[in-house]
Design a protein around this ligand. Structure first.
Ligand code: ZN
Length: 160
């Protein structure tokens, strides 16, 4: 398009911004709307390519990402709380139910950190929002380390 403008000064005189004309603008808007997904994908691809070959661009992107992270700390914490689960096997993505602000077992208001308790690794989205105490209780019901601890406690006590 740029070439046309330069090569045909009569048709598109200097200073006449064709893409600002209402008709042209409307057409471009429509074109964008129609091809949104395709255009967006192309844009992402181009940016990704540039990220790999242009070190300056990469630095800028990384800096921006870092700054975004610093500005959106709370947002990130909240996102992780709702969508990520830390298990023995590592990090998995999971869509948790909305946290209502209280423990779903003892109904106590949770001000600090709620625990997402799940019992089925195949379905980690099945779970309960629990306070620290109830989470401990739930875990001990699932895995019953209590008996073991109880025995050890008795053993230690008797050994004194
Ligand atoms: Zn509780």
């Amino acid at each position: 398009m740029k070439g046309n403008r330069v090569n045909h000064p009569k048709k598109y005189p200097v200073g006449r911004k064709r893409w600002l004309e209402p008709e042209r603008k409307a057409y471009m808007k429509e074109y964008y709307q129609k091809n949104k997904d395709k255009l967006r994908k192309k844009h992402v691809e181009r940016m990704r390519e540039r990220y790999h070959i242009d070190p300056e661009f990469r630095m800028k992107r990384l800096e921006n990402r870092k700054r975004w992270g610093e500005r959106n700390k709370e947002h990130i914490t909240e996102y992780r709380r709702m969508n990520v689960l830390y298990t023995n096997g590592g990090r998995i993505r999971v869509k948790k139910r909305k946290f209502q602000g209280f423990c779903e077992l003892c109904s106590k208001t949770i001000e600090k950190k709620p625990f997402w308790h799940h019992w089925d690794d195949e379905h980690p989205e099945k779970g309960l929002w629990l306070c620290g105490k109830c989470h401990w209780l739930a875990e001990s019901v699932e895995y019953d380390p209590n008996q073991e601890l109880l025995n050890k406690y008795k053993h230690l006590k008797e050994g004194m």
